[in-house]
Ligand binder design. Sequence first.
Ligand code: A2P
Length: 330
Amino acid sequence: MNKEYRVAVVGATGMVGQTFIQVLQDRNFPISKITFFASKRSAGSTVFFRGLDYVVEELTESSFDQCFDFALFSAGGETSLKFAPIAANKGVVVIDNSSAWRMKDNIKLVVPEVNSHVLKKGDLIIANPNCSTIQSVVPLQVIHELFTVKRVIYSTYQAVSGSGYKGVMDLKNGYEHKAPEFYKKQIFDNCFPHIDDFLDSGYTKEEKKMMDETKKIMGLPNLLVSATCVRIPVTVGHSVSMNVECEKPIDLIQLSKAFDANSNIVFYEGTHYPTPLDVAGNDLVHVGRLRKDLSTENGIHLWAVADNIRKGAATNAIQIAEYLIKENLV
Ligand code: A2P
């Protein structure tokens, strides 16, 4: 009989937490026991999983005294910094969706299609990357393997669900002409180049995450990366316009065939292209608008769209767990 695993979902009442629940069901993840945690605020509420109601428990320092194999965390950076080590000390494999651990030297930052090979038995805290970064490095790795990527410039168009329920409510309330409660500016009928806090460099933290995380995931510390991240009034689905410069001359036909043959990518040829509405609820990265950048040698443009809560968060984390199981690393 195939082995089944004991799973904790931390942040179960949040947007990504709810999607963990959906994706675990959709992908038929092998589970013998599952427990849902949130803060005191939601303790006692119920979540529905595989036909049963489960009572949400308050996350405390003794939560991991119950035995678990995996803990899927999406409860913010502070919660991860405090509770991931407590879980790891009990031998639980934590896959953490916050940015708290991503850039720490001894922590693996993983997009399975790109760098699952870095995972080893005994990795107890594994970081799930930033949403826009995940969907960008999947096609970027294909380009890199063929033509050696030298420089990439990202411009993102990010959905409000990236901010959780608070972002979605600001957009919905905007339809009724109510003032925003979460964002500093109105998102309804608007967009703004401001995601997360501003840094002294003039970049935002979101942009810095994309720049740093791309290099770490691809194992290319000297890659030239820049980003502008923009919030747009879309509920689900981030889009990224990618301008990529390579060392080698680019054969567009060869690259199109590589995208087409890649089971993690849905490739749109010619004048077809993906939009956020096309990808909602889907686990793949959708790529279109592939063309030469006529302003430089060995440059291309492409457009990558994915469900930011699934492939950009919950699905990627669960794919990491699936890889560990498949390779007998847990
Ligand atoms: P709660 O419902 O109790 O606030 P989102 O990213 O969509 O805002 O969701 C955040 C998730 O993290 C929610 O499930 C939230 O639970 C949970 N959370 C926030 N703070 C804590 C905490 N200190 N301990 C456990 N869970 C937390």
